[in-house]
Design a protein around this ligand. Structure first.
Ligand code: P6P
Length: 337
């Protein structure tokens, strides 16, 4: 059997031992995510035909109009997880607070928590551009058998036991890591099966793609402005290519495979930037570091940051290690001048 033909199910079983203290729950957790992703993928690919594009009339905690697919994706992942006796709590970009899951016997015996952005880049839905899902998994820190608390969710990203994303593009690809490297699986929609298409992903330490919303350029810190000008200089392998598609998961998937950097910096209007630490930055940072890249807030490692709020924002610079180092250099130099 060639390596490429391995299914996600076979891969999970073969790598079960990577997780010594999990007795199958983590595998079941990944399995529930892959099922939910299949359902969301089907809806995303039909969105134009079925009346599920456009706003759902609600506004989420971010103050963003909830798109119908946002709501659908959120409910699909939650239902897939709740019915499988694996998690004791879920936090989502679409929910003001976390959801407590008592379990079948109402005894709070489940060990894991999940945080997610169920539909990343949802503003792309109505224009048929790619969207994604980003998820982060921890073991609970409060005693098993008691209701999950905020403490279980406010863990630093370096304690994640698994993280991943799904990109709903020309193909649906699930990329995840349990701390032993990064692997990508492409869905065959005809069979409903994911196949190992991107084994052992490593991000090139250098790249020539930078991803940032340059419309905010004038509001960026001087160090970021200087780095963007550096990317645009005629020198060596520069100017770099600018690519930004309005979905962190999709921009990072491209940069992970080809090499590159993604930035959502702080700005004069948004001092903490826009991205959420817990369910956007931490999981992507976990994946990128597992693939040999780096992720900082401009100064410090994202995964070392101790969260204080469920929906807190953080400036985000992530991608090829040499490119992230260069941004850090520009930030330090600008602050010293
Ligand atoms: P802007 C999507 O809303 C998101 O959280 C990321 O996926 C994406 O990279 C960014 O925000 C886009 O934000 O301000 O450039 O439209």
């Amino acid at each position: 059997m060639t390596r490429k033909s391995r299914t996600l199910g076979e891969f999970i079983i073969e790598n079960q031992s990577d997780f010594p203290y999990a007795n199958g729950e983590l595998s079941r957790l990944i399995n529930s995510i892959r099922l939910a992703a299949k359902v969301v993928s089907h809806k995303v690919n039909k969105a134009g035909l079925v009346d599920i594009t456009g706003a759902a009339g609600e506004v989420n905690i971010q103050g963003e109009n909830q798109q119908k697919l946002d709501v659908f994706a959120n409910e699909t992942f939650i239902n897939s997880l709740v019915n499988r006796e694996i998690v004791c709590g879920i936090a989502s970009e679409e929910n003001d607070s976390f959801i407590t899951i008592k379990g079948q016997n109402k005894d709070h015996k489940n060990k894991y928590i999940l945080l997610m952005d169920p539909l990343d880049g949802s503003s792309n839905i109505d224009v048929n551009a790619s969207v994604g899902t980003v998820f982060s998994i921890y073991r609970r820190v409060t005693p098993v058998g008691t209701p999950v608390t905020m403490e279980d969710f406010l863990q630093p990203g370096n304690l994640q036991v698994a993280a991943g994303y799904i990109v709903y593009g020309t193909s649906t690809i699930l990329v995840y890591s349990t701390g032993n490297g990064v692997n990508g699986f492409t869905l065959n929609p005809a069979l409903g099966t994911y196949y190992l298409s991107h084994p052992d992903i490593k991000i090139p330490e250098d790249g020539t793609i930078y991803s940032v919303n340059e419309g905010h350029y004038r509001r960026f810190p001087q160090g970021i402005k200087n780095y963007i000008k550096y990317c645009q200089e005629e020198k060596g392998n520069r100017p770099y290519t600018s690519r930004y598609i309005g979905s962190l998961a999709n921009d990072m998937h491209r940069n992970l495979l080809k090499g590159g950097i993604y930035m959502y910096p702080s700005s004069s209007k948004a001092p903490k930037g826009k991205l959420r630490l817990l369910y956007e930055c931490n999981p992507i940072a976990f994946i990128v570091e597992q693939a040999g890249g780096k992720a900082i807030d401009g100064y410090q490692r994202i995964l070392d940051i101790k969260p204080t709020e469920l929906h807190e924002r953080i400036p985000f610079v992530c991608g090829s290690s040499n490119m992230v180092d260069k941004v850090e250099e520009f930030m330090k130099e600008a602050d010293e001048n």
